[in-house]
Write a protein that binds this ligand. Structure first.
Ligand code: 5AD
Ligand code: SF4
Length: 340
């Protein structure tokens, strides 16, 4: 096992079988996390990139079985920020020092490419990077948004297991999702993907395939989150703590894609009081704090127990920076593009 970790650390490649054996064996976890931490330091350094997240609409036409925002959840209290509110939160976040604004929403058709382009153009005047996380759109729309100034796009594949993908995503297809990722790359985005860890009937073999898919795609960012059950979804009773397994998938991803941006996800913090900081010491180099203000934030309930819901953006940022420094890391002053 130690040899496998060494191999991954030095060659950044593993076979599917090798990944599965690392995922299976829990005696090597500390060595694995420490190897990912060293590779992170060597390739992307000690800087942590902070990306200011605005969750601008929780309206979604999709019905993913795991997600609290699924259209079938009639208990969700829906909201949509106005264009002015989005720009206002973005400007405030830039004032606090954020160099990237992440605009995330459910698949809300109100926000046409034209409306989004107008917001992007306004925010881009402040010389920051913009990341979109708005789901599946046409290749043309991706191009319009890129043209308007968006730099990056997050679209998790969620799972590469064909059968599981079908079960989790009614009326969606894995093939189209993959095509969207290719369209994003073609349009010139820094392209992010990622997966959920701990879905019902998800195997270690399929998680290994997910990691190999990230490598094949040559993704620029990868977000990996433990699945957390939400009571108003069909998966309400599927309760398991997936923290360690998600951390392992993340660490192996760092070993195989050494120079990418890898966020310590909010879902990790939800399952472990120090989850994001454990992740930062196991391969991660990005944190995406929420920069919105007001009660609407609580309504973006993809899963329950999200951290940072009662915080004031400026104070939240300060507290995260303090924590980052306490583990011997620094906060980046740059926009934080992938450096190959
Ligand atoms: N637990 C953890 N993550 C979830 N997501 C959706 N539902 C859940 C859940 N119950 C993730 C998906 C999506 C991202 C925005 O949130 O991976 O891509
Ligand atoms: Fe909508 Fe995304 Fe939730 Fe699926 S995971 S229901 S696309 S918000």
């Amino acid at each position: 096992m130690e040899n496998l970790i060494k191999k991954a650390k030095n060659t950044h490649s593993l076979t599917k079988e090798e990944i599965v054996s690392l995922l299976k064996n829990n005696d090597i976890n500390e060595e694995l996390f420490s190897a990912a931490d060293k590779v992170r330091k060597k390739y992307v350094g000690d800087e942590v990139h902070l990306r200011g997240l605005i969750e601008f609409s929780n309206i979604c036409k999709r019905n993913c079985l795991y997600c609290g925002l699924r259209s079938g959840n009639k208990n969700a209290d829906r909201y949509r920020l106005s264009e002015e509110e989005i720009k206002d939160f973005a400007k405030k976040a830039i004032g606090y020092g954020y160099k990237t604004i992440v605009m995330q929403s459910g698949e809300d058709e109100y926000f046409s490419a034209e409306i989004l382009a107008e917001i992007i153009k306004e925010v881009k005047k402040y010389n920051v990077a913009i990341t979109l996380s708005i789901g599946e759109r046409t290749a043309d729309e991706y191009e319009i948004l890129k043209e308007a100034g968006a730099d990056r796009f997050l679209l998790r594949i969620e799972t590469t297991d064909e059968e599981l993908y079908k079960k989790m995503h009614p009326n969606m297809s894995l093939e189209n999702r993959k095509q969207c990722l290719l369209n994003l790359k073609k349009a010139g985005y820094e392209t992010g993907s990622g997966c959920l860890v701990g879905l019902p009937n998800q195997t270690l073999e399929s998680l290994a395939d997910d990691i190999l898919f990230f490598k094949e795609l040559d993704a620029d960012m990868i977000g990996i989150g433990p699945f957390i059950p939400h009571k108003d979804t069909p998966l309400a009773d599927f309760d398991r703590n997936n923290f360690t397994l998600a951390l392992k998938v993340m660490a192996i991803t760092r070993l195989l894609l050494p120079d990418i941006n890898l966020p310590a996800t909010t879902a990790m913090e939800t399952l472990h009081p120090e989850g994001r900081f454990v992740a930062l010491q196991s391969g991660a180099n990005v944190i995406m704090p929420n920069v919105g203000e007001g009660d609407y934030k609580k309504k973006y309930e993809i899963y329950p127990g999200k951290v940072g819901m009662d915080t004031i953006p400026k104070e939240y940022r300060d507290s995260i920076i303090k924590k980052i420094k306490s583990i011997g890391r620094t906060v980046s002053e740059e926009r934080g593009f992938r450096k190959r």
